[in-house]
Design a protein around this ligand. Structure first.
Ligand SMILES: [Zn+2]
Length: 157
């Protein structure tokens, strides 16, 4: 057998299923008498089988990975929205109550300062503390609530 016949056989093996009956018969006869080409054909068929089984496995893995990623992203978005909503409502509440109570508080502190006969910076400092304290408390509460939300999301994952 010449080298050309082996090359031809390997070409036919590479073509796989698209062979004519004559080519198929010729290849079988050649493979029957040539161990090197028979091993080549077995290896080629093995590769083809692996290649055929790969796309399915890759597909389901890819689908699962994509679904997980989408779900993770969605839960992240929801957490962010919940936290932003909480922060927004808290800011609104603090702003509203501050606007409503600020003039009253200011007058109350001025009156107390006058009644206690202290200099104006003392009652003004007291006023500032009472004005800032609720905002500080709300900030701390929001931070704690935000951490709580994050932890919940991570546990459910
Ligand atoms: Zn051969």
């Amino acid at each position: 057998m010449t080298r050309d016949k082996h090359d031809e056989a390997r070409e036919l093996i590479a073509l796989g299923e698209g062979l004519s009956d004559a080519q198929q018969t010729w290849l079988w006869i050649h493979l029957d008498g040539c161990e090197a080409c028979r091993l080549y054909a077995e290896a080629a068929n093995g590769v083809v089988r692996v290649l055929r089984s790969l796309p399915l496995a890759a597909d389901s893995r890819l689908v699962r990975a994509t679904q997980m990623r989408v779900r993770f992203h969605a839960s992240r978005l929801r957490e962010t929205r919940e936290r932003l909503w909480l922060v927004g409502m808290a800011c609104l509440g603090v702003g509203l109550s501050a606007t409503l109570t600020l003039p009253v508080l200011w007058r109350l502190f001025a009156w107390v300062g006058e009644w206690a006969n202290v200099s104006s910076w003392v009652w003004q400092a007291g006023f500032m503390f009472f004005f800032i304290a609720p905002a500080l408390v709300v900030s701390v509460l929001l931070l704690a609530r935000g951490t709580h939300l994050t932890n919940n999301g991570e546990h459910s994952r």
